[in-house]
Design a protein around this ligand. Structure first.
Ligand code: UD1
Length: 412
C-alpha cells in the first residue's frame, strides 16, 4: 500500500497511546493456556494481532475483538499443525510454539516471518526447547518439535540476550513442576506477559538474573488483563512533535522510557514528562550519540526514528545499532533526501540540516516505515511511501492519529 504525505507539516494536538504490540502478541498466545475465558483490554488494532486472531480461530477457539477488547474462550481448543499462511506473516507466531509444547508436548509450524531487520535466527529458542527435552527438525519451511526424553532440565540458561527466546523458553516450560531461567531478557513487555501468566495461576517470580516458576493448581472462570501502553508508539509521536509541532502524548508509562527521554532533555530538546504524559514542541538539540542496547538502555526500535530526529540537531550525531545488523535502511533515505549522512555497517553519522528534499520512499520494516512517515512530514513538498502496510503491523491507526494532529496524508 502506498501513501502520499505533504511536507512542511505543522502538527498540534494530543495522542492517546495504544496498547503495546510486543506485549499483546505473547499475551494473546498465552491466553490459550487459560483454564476459562480471558478478557484482554487495551489490545492494539494492528495487522499482527489480526493475523494471530485468524490463527487462533482456526484452532477452534472462540474469539471476539470489539474496539480494543478481546474475549477469548478456548474450551474447544484442539491441536492442529500450525501450517497456516498467517504464521509466516508475523514474527510473534513463534510464541505459539512454547504454548503448544506446554499444552500438547508437540508443535508443527510454518517458520515465522517478520520485518526485514536482519537474519533473525531462532537458534536460541530451539536450544531452550532442546534443553526442555524436545527434539526438532526443519523441512520445507516447517519446524516440527516433539518430546524426545522424559528427563527434562529444570534449569535453563539463555546464552545471549533475547526477548523472544526468553519468553518462548518460559512458555514452553510451563508444564513442568519447576523451572528456572537464567539470563532471560524480558523487558517491560515480557514482564506484562509474566503478570498475565500469574493471573492465569502460574507462579512466576524473579530474583536477580533468575526467573523462577513453580507449578500451582489453577482453576479460573474469567481472567481480565489490560495490556501495557506501547512505549515505542509513544516515542514515535514524541519524535514527530519535536520535528513538526506541539504534541502531548497521554496514557504512556514514562518509567520505561526514562533512558531515551533523558537523552532528549540532556540534548536540549523541548520536552517535559510526568508519570503518564509526554509534552514536546518543535525544537533543536545538541548532536546525539546513541548506541542501541537491551532494556533499560536505548531500544533498537527507536533507532530509525532518532535517525530522522538528528535532522534537528546541531553538528554531527552518531548512531550505532548493536541488536539487529540490518536495521539501517533509513540512512540511505536520509542521504537521498539531501541530508549529510555517512553509514558504515552498523554505525551512522548524521549532520543536522534545514532542508529535507521530499522523495518517493519505500518501507522495509515497521519502524523504518514509521521513520519514513516522519521524514516525509518534514520534507519540502510531497513524498510517497510504498510498502506502508509494514507500519500497520505495529501502529494502531497511525494515519488517523497523524491526520488528527493536522497532517495531510492520503492513501493511494
Ligand atoms: C522482539 C520484538 C521486536 C524488537 C526486539 C528487540 C516481538 C514479536 N518482536 O524481537 O519488535 O525489535 O524484540 O526489542 O516481540 N537472536 C539470535 N537467536 C535467536 C533469537 C534472537 O541470535 O534465537 C538475536 C537476534 O537476531 C537479535 C538479538 O538476538 O540480534 C535480539 O533479538 P530478540 O531480543 O530475540 O528480538 P525478537 O524477539 O526477535
Amino acid at each position: 500500500m502506498d501513501i502520499r504525505v505533504a511536507g512542511g507539516a505543522k502538527l498540534r494536538g494530543t495522542v492517546i497511546t495504544s496498547g503495546s504490540k510486543n506485549a499483546a502478541i505473547p499475551i494473546l498466545c498465552a491466553s490459550l493456556l487459560a483454564k476459562g475465558k480471558v478478557l484482554l483490554r487495551n489490545v492494539p488494532r494492528i495487522s499482527d494481532i489480526d493475523n494471530l486472531i485468524e490463527i487462533i480461530k482456526k484452532l477452534n477457539c472462540q474469539i471476539v475483538f470489539k474496539g480494543h477488547t478481546i474475549l477469548i474462550d478456548n474450551t474447544f481448543l484442539t491441536y492442529k499443525p500450525l501450517l497456516f499462511e498467517e504464521c509466516r506473516k508475523i514474527r510473534g507466531s513463534y510464541y505459539l510454539i512454547g504454548v503448544f509444547l506446554t499444552l500438547f508436548a508437540k508443535c508443527e509450524i510454518l517458520l515465522p516471518g517478520g520485518c526485514q531487520i536482519g537474519s533473525r535466527p531462532i537458534d536460541l529458542h530451539l536450544k531452550a526447547f532442546n534443553d526442555l527435552g524436545y527434539d526438532y527438525h526443519i523441512e520445507n519451511d516447517v519446524l516440527s518439535i516433539s518430546k524426545k526424553q522424559a528427563i527434562i532440565s529444570k534449569a535453563l540458561k539463555i546464552e545471549k540476550k533475547s526477548v523472544g527466546a526468553s519468553i518462548n523458553a518460559l512458555l514452553g516450560g510451563l508444564s513442568l513442576d519447576e523451572l528456572e531461567i537464567e539470563n532471560g531478557l524480558f523487558e517491560p513487555e515480557g514482564m506484562d506477559l509474566i503478570n498475565f501468566l500469574n493471573k492465569l495461576g502460574f507462579n512466576i517470580t524473579q530474583s536477580d538474573n533468575m526467573l523462577i516458576y513453580m507449578r500451582k493448581e489453577r482453576d479460573f472462570k474469567l481472567v481480565k488483563h489490560t495490556i501495557i501502553p506501547d512505549r515505542i508508539e509513544a516515542m514515535t509521536y514524541a519524535v514527530m512533535g519535536l520535528l513538526c509541532g506541539d504534541i502531548t502524548i497521554k496514557k504512556v508509562d514514562t518509567k520505561v522510557l526514562k533512558y531515551p527521554l533523558d537523552i532528549l532533555i540532556a540534548s536540549g530538546f523541548k520536552l517535559k514528562y510526568s508519570d503518564n504524559e509526554i509534552i514536546v514542541s518543535n525544537s533543536y538539540g545538541k548532536a546525539l550519540n546513541i548506541k542501541t542496547d537491551v532494556y533499560p538502555l536505548f531500544p533498537t526500535d527507536l533507532q530509525p526514528l532518532f535517525a530522522v530526529l538528528c535532522v534537528n540537531t546541531r553538528g554531527q550525531s552518531k548512531i550505532e545499532e548493536t541488536v539487529f545488523e540490518n536495521r539501517m535502511h533509513i540512512y540511505q533515505d536520509l542521504i537521498n533526501s539531501g541530508i549529510n549522512c555517512k553509514v558504515e555497517k552498523n554505525i551512522a553519522i548524521i549532520e543536522g540540516s534545514k532542508n529535507v528534499v521530499s522523495q518517493d520512499y519505500k518501507a522495509y520494516d515497521l519502524r523504518h516505515g514509521a521513520a519514513l512517515l516522519i521524514l516525509a512530514l518534514i520534507g519540502n513538498k510531497f513524498s510517497t511511501i510504498s510498502n506502508f502496510e509494514y507500519v500497520f503491523r505495529g501502529y494502531d491507526d497511525i494515519i488517523k492519529k497523524t491526520i488528527a494532529l493536522g497532517a495531510d496524508i492520503q492513501m493511494l
